[in-house]
Design a protein around this ligand. Structure first.
Ligand SMILES: [Mg+2]
Length: 223
């Protein structure tokens, strides 16, 4: 009984792309193309230079958009609208057939916390047929366009949903985002095929479907 109660107090904070679905095959290549094209058009660059700058901003800030806002006064709504046009989103999302079942069986509150824009995030969650399982979908607009790994979005999330970070478990593919989560007192799960995990990762899984096998290792309690 005590254990069940403790399990239900858990708060699962999930990233979306490359954590709950495979975005490497269609989504990421498409976004690379549309963002490079945006930089070409609006900064008057050739394709190579636009591509290089896109990567540079992504590395420095966590999102290409942040570099565009800081250095070129880009309107985030315009950038996100123009770059997040997908010819056939339902067929670009690669769904794990057992994802929904796994999430249904996972005790505790569940939240999506993604650096992607709201319209896209909500559409993907619907396509994955997991929209009813999440209490809230926090997207880039909720973070006022200040993406993870910046702590700003984390603080917005914690305040909006009145979360105690000590009960939160952040599930992510990006290490830099887990580093912030850990610093704020959350537990961290890294979803990655990489071999070795850094010390701030509490659990390393190669597929999010493996999560239930390990949940009992999380002792969550306020300090
Ligand atoms: Mg991700």
């Amino acid at each position: 009984m005590v254990q069940n109660k403790a399990r239900r107090r858990r708060i699962w904070i999930f990233d979306l792309d490359e954590t709950l679905h495979n975005s490497l095959k269609y989504i990421i290549p498409h976004l690379r193309k549309t963002m490079t094209a945006y930089l070409q058009t609006h900064l008057n660059l050739d394709e190579d230079n636009a591509n290089q700058l896109r990567v540079d901003y992504w590395r420095r800030y966590g999102l290409t958009l942040t570099g565009m806002m800081r250095h070129h006064q880009t309107d985030p709504r315009h950038f996100l609208y123009e770059t997040h046009q997908f010819p056939d989103l339902p067929h670009m999302i690669l769904r794990e057939p057992l994802l929904r079942t796994m999430l249904q069986r996972l005790p505790g509150r569940k939240i999506i916390f993604s650096n992607a824009p709201q319209k896209y995030t909500k559409a993907v969650v619907r396509i994955l047929r997991i929209d009813k399982l999440f209490e809230e979908v926090i997207s880039l607009e909720h973070m006022h366009y200040r993406p993870k790994p910046a702590s700003y979005g984390f603080f917005r999330l914690i305040a909006k949903l009145r979360l105690n970070p000590r009960f939160c478990i952040m599930v992510e593919d990006q290490l830099r985002n887990l580093k912030t989560a850990k610093r704020l007192g959350m537990k961290t799960v890294w979803v990655s095929r990489s071999k070795k995990a850094p010390s701030y990762v509490d659990l390393h899984v190669t597929n999010v479907l493996h999560l239930p096998r390990h949940i009992d290792q999380f002792e969550l309690a306020p300090r």
